[in-house]
Structure formats: C-alpha cells, structure tokens
Design a binder for this molecule. Structure first.
Ligand SMILES: Cc1ncc(COP(=O)(O)O)c(C=O)c1O
Length: 365
C-alpha cells in the first residue's frame, strides 16, 4: 500500500537520534519547562527568523493562546475559513470570540479577501489566515487589508513549516503566528505539541503566562490561563526531527513537481503553483475531481491511500450550522469539500511509488 504517511520507513538515523534524545531527557530528571524546551524554542525562532518561539501543548492551544494574548475574546469577531481543520475554528470559540466564515479562492482553497471584506463588521478584531496545505500567498495584500481596517492578522501555520512568501517565513508577517507539531505535520513530534511565534516581547510574555495557568511569577496568577506546555521529551525529539526538515521539505517539493509534470487527466485539476519568489511546502497535495469518490475508489483498488482535506466544511459541521458567514454563501468551500482529494506526498515515498500514483490517476476511466 502506498500510504499518506510512512513513519516506519524514516531513516534509521532519526530513530537512533531520537532514542539518544529520550535518554538525555531521562538523565536530566527535568520533564517540563526545562532546557530542551528553551533550546527548541530558540532553534525554531531562529529558523523562522523571529524573536520569540513559545512552546505550547498543541496547535489548537497555540491559536487560543495567541488570540487571548491579543486580548481577543467575548464580543469580538474573528474571520476565518471553513476549509480548515476543525481546531482553527474551535480555538476561536474557546477564546470566547465569535468565528465568522468567509469563502475560499477556487484555485488555491485559501481564504478569499473579497469574501472576507463582506464579513467585516464593527466587531471584527482579526483575520485568522490559514496557510492551508503548505501555501503562503498574497501576504502584502493581507497586511494592507488588515492595516487599513485596523484589525489584527493571525497566521495559522500548522501546515506550513518552512513555507515562505518572498523570502519571509510563514508566521512572521503578522504580530503572531501559530504552529502545530502533531505527528503528521511536516515537523511532527511523537505526540502533541505546538508553538506561538512573535516579534513582540509583551505578547511573548503573555503567552508564557497563559500557557502556565496564567502565572506571571511563581504562585502569582495575573490571568486565568491554561496548562499547555510543550514537554521536555517532545522538545528534545523535535530538536532531532528538525534537523531533517529541510531535506524532507525538498523531497516533498520534488514529488509535487513530478505531479505537476506527470498528472494529465482531463477530469483532474491541480491547485495553483506557488507565487513568484515564494515557496510551498506541500504538507498535502490535493487534486480536484468532480468524480472524486470514484477516483478515490480507483486509487484504493490499486493500493494507494488517499484522504480528503476536508470533506465537511466547518459551517456544515453539526455543531457549527448557525455560525455567521459571508452573506453571499460559501459556495467555493462547498465545491472544494465535494471534489478535493489528497494524494500521497510524503518524504519517504520512492520514485517508483510516485510513478505508480501518477499512472493510476492518469488511467482513471
Ligand atoms: C490548519 C490547522 N490548524 C490547527 C490545527 C490544530 O493542531 P493540533 O492538532 O496540534 O491541535 C491543525 C492540525 O490538525 C491544522 O491542520
């Protein structure tokens, strides 16, 4: 079976380095908020070229904490996309704010600025931009839009580790960016993890306080915070896994490029190529096909796994049916949910597997 992710086939050197890292943590006798976390936060901040990286428990928590650190909460509206992981919207609700859903662009599945404009209200406090599938696009337009409307921009980079727009890394365009290190992410832990990145010292202090019960100094609580700390073991493992990220990202791009060259079925459409001087990190490689379910069955019959990101847009989730949205509707999101299919695009995929996927899709009847 050609899988969507294949951790078992990772180089043995990674496994060995992770075993040593585990031992390092055991030997330290310090398991939460210690040196491994500090080191990983520094390395990830340096990698993204940002002043602060603050490790938290998950990508979901990173977004909630970022919103709360910006003082966004009850009576505030945050505009985002319905074509995302449920966590993006859940984080807004958990912060006490109100999500408002705008539609996407059909050629990228990213948030549409025209639709966001229709969602603005006097209560709008932020746009939560999701760098979906590993794409970062049009950042100057988003910065200008948010500045001119006096609202914050927050970047959900859970799928965009090392993605750049005009030489600048995802998560560093706005006051605050958030990452997930869920195992299947481009940089994944061996469990849950997340990070908030920012250049703003005040915001960084608030994140540090919020992730640790709202404690500003030992036994002094200035906020009603959370327990959301990236533990030493995950930080130590992430330090080792990060060493492989550039090579793994290069391989993802190679696979994506082969798909762009090789896939040529008249009923299959690919999403847009990255913009000039920008890079895509292909966390996922979705294709679009009106006969998506039949195509998925054809892949399955040929031992190729595929997944749908995402089959149910947020506004069609049972618990979210009453969420506010673009008055023109969310037609593009609904179409994308019905037609998108993510095909294998992971660094362990062999060239043989890659040709197999291309041949099987091109032979779809
Ligand atoms: C776009 C997006 N945002 C947020 C999250 C939440 O991250 P986590 O699973 O670490 O809570 C995910 C991961 O599922 C995601 O893909």
């Amino acid at each position: 079976m050609i899988l969507m992710n294949d951790f078992q086939s990772e180089p043995i050197e990674i496994r060995e380095a992770m075993m040593l890292a585990t031992q390092r943590v055991f030997n330290s006798g310090h398991y939460v908020l210690g040196e491994e976390l500090q080191k990983f936060e520094q390395i990830w901040a340096q990698t993204c070229r940002v002043a602060y990286g603050l490790g938290v428990g998950s990508g979901l928590d990173a977004i909630e904490i970022a919103l709360r650190a910006l003082n966004i909460g009850p009576s505030d509206e945050v505009i985002t996309t319905p074509m995302t992981a449920f966590a993006t919207v859940l984080a807004i609700i958990r912060a006490g704010a109100t999500p408002v859903l705008a539609d996407i662009e059909p050629d990228t599945a990213l948030l549409s600025i025209q639709s966001v404009r229709r969602c603005l209200s006097p209560r709008t406090k932020a746009v939560l931009l999701v760098h979906l599938y590993g794409q970062v696009r049009c950042m100057q337009e988003w910065l200008d839009f948010c500045n001119s409307n006096d609202i914050a921009l927050i970047e959900d980079c859970a799928q965009a580790h090392l993605a750049q727009w005009q030489g600048q890394y995802a998560g560093t365009f706005s006051r605050v960016g958030t990452y997930s290190f869920y195992p299947t992410k481009n940089l994944g832990a061996i469990g849950d993890g997340g990070m908030v990145v920012t250049n703003d010292e005040t915001l960084a202090r608030k994140v540090v306080c919020l992730r640790n019960y709202g404690q500003s100094q030992r036994y002094h609580h200035s906020e009603l915070g959370m327990n959301s700390r990236l533990d030493e073991l995950q930080a130590a493992l992430l330090i080792e896994r990060l060493k492989w990220l550039p090579e793994f990202t290069r391989r993802r791009r190679e696979i994506a490029s082969a798909y762009h060259t090789g896939l040529c079925h008249p009923k299959v459409r690919l999403l847009a190529l990255p913009q000039e001087k920008s890079s895509h990190v292909y966390h996922l490689f979705p294709i679009v096909c009106e006969h998506r379910n039949e195509l998925q069955a054809h892949l399955q019959a040929n031992n190729i796994q595929s997944l749908i990101h995402y089959p149910i847009p947020i506004h069609q989730q049972e618990i979210c049916r009453s969420l506010a949205r673009d008055p023109h509707g969310l037609i593009n999101s609904e179409y994308h949910a019905n037609t998108c299919l993510s095909i294998p695009c992971h660094p362990q995929m062999s060239n043989h597997d890659l040709s197999q996927v291309i041949d099987v899709i091109n032979s779809f009847k």
